[in-house]
Design a protein around this ligand. Structure first.
Ligand SMILES: NC(=O)c1ccc[n+]([C@@H]2O[C@H](COP(=O)([O-])OP(=O)(O)OC[C@H]3O[C@@H](n4cnc5c(N)ncnc54)[C@H](OP(=O)(O)O)[C@@H]3O)[C@@H](O)[C@H]2O)c1
Length: 325
């Protein structure tokens, strides 16, 4: 069995625990495709996982070190198992791993239900910026909030990985979009298609008008934003306050007593249908990739540090070009 390069860490800690190491190249089963990875994105949940912050939630299924990073991938199919139909070597694809980390590596072995054809005319590295954010934004706005044309949408964290796609998608769905971001990113958020953008440092929930849909990608102070909902308003949260995890998760669960105005939370596990919809939206021009920076796999620690530092516009990506180990 061959070896491949992958992003690894041997203990929980800061970005410095990450390194590029070598692991066995995955074997494919009869139902799998082997994909040579071009890029993976860096996501907030991975930073928390690497720091050990998810042990409370994942403790029961914790496996040992070294651990891997990366949840999504763009790449090229290089081999398919004997049971796979309709996917050929050479196909340009994008997708995600099923609730596991490990796409920041040269290869992934995945079922075809985990990916779709990547959009034509889009660079395969840049495209990776749309995967986690895009599938999350579609689930939140289309499926959970059922955002309708003409409704007023607030996106908290509008310049981030999920937020930048949510602003673009909200616009494509015909909503009036308001974004909250840091002062230097307000023009950027308006360029994405927001009708209005406000600095979160000096704009509180109480300073804002009512909204039909609030998409929260931040997790702090959720109660104040829920109070901004119109009578039939929907609030969707994709995260929680990691400093006050139990209180934050309890608040989301307890919000069920508010009926229609409860907080709709979910943990995404996107499959073929969502990736195919993302391809359609990208090819139609509704969505464009927004790349803050691309770093090689060897600089995985720097990639995590960049997202942890904040101020990122769109996505930090890890590119996995190069020769086999
Ligand atoms: N449930 C799911 O399926 C799912 C899927 C994807 C992501 N997530 C989670 O969703 C969260 C966001 O992910 P992401 O990839 O979009 O992360 P991200 O790129 O770091 O985006 C978060 C954004 O929030 C902004 N922000 C920070 N404090 C704020 C405040 N007080 N008010 C308004 N905005 C504020 C940040 O702006 P500055 O950096 O400029 O301060 C940043 O742009 C993470 O916790 C991630 O784990 C969940």
């Amino acid at each position: 069995m061959g070896q491949m390069r992958a992003a690894l860490y041997d203990r929980y800690g800061g970005p410095e625990v990450l390194y590029e190491g070598t692991v066995p190249r995955p074997d494919i089963g009869p139902g799998d495709a082997l994909v040579r990875v071009h890029a993976a994105s860096v996501n907030g949940g991975e930073l928390l996982g690497r720091a050990g912050g998810l042990r409370l939630l994942t403790g029961a299924i914790e496996r040992g070190f070294p651990k891997r990073t990366g949840i999504d991938f763009t790449g090229e199919v290089v081999e398919v198992g004997s049971d796979v139909v309709g996917v050929e070597p050479g196909a340009r694809v994008w997708g995600g791993l099923p609730r596991t980390f490990g796409s920041a590596a040269e290869y992934v072995a995945v079922r075809p239900r985990q990916f779709a054809l990547a959009p034509t005319g889009t660079d395969l590295v840049e495209a990776a910026s749309l995967l986690a954010g895009g599938t999350t934004a579609i689930t939140a706005l289309r499926d959970k909030a059922r955002l309708a044309p003409g409704e007023r949408l607030l996106v908290r964290g509008a310049s981030g990985g999920v937020g930048n796609v949510a602003v673009q998608l909200g616009r494509a769905y015909g909503a009036h979009v308001t974004g909250l971001a840091r002062a230097d990113n307000l023009d950027f958020v308006r360029d994405l298609g927001a009708d209005e953008a406000f600095d979160y440092a000096n704009t509180g929930a109480a300073d804002l008008p009512p909204f039909d849909v609030v998409l929260d990608t931040v997790g702090t102070g959720m109660a104040a934003y829920r109070r901004r909902l119109t009578r039939n308003g929907r609030m969707v949260s994709v995260t929680f306050d990691s400093e006050r995890m139990l209180a934050s998760l309890s608040y989301i669960a307890a919000s069920a007593v508010f009926g229609r105005r409860r907080i709709r939370a979910f943990s995404g596990n996107p499959g073929h249908g969502l990736f195919a919809e993302l391809t359609r939206l990208t090819e139609s021009g509704a969505l464009r990739p927004v790349v803050d920076r691309v770093l090689p796999l060897a600089d995985i620690a720097q990639a995590h540090r960049a997202l942890e530092t904040g101020g990122v516009r769109g996505k930090v990506l890890v590119s996995v070009a190069g020769t086999d180990a």
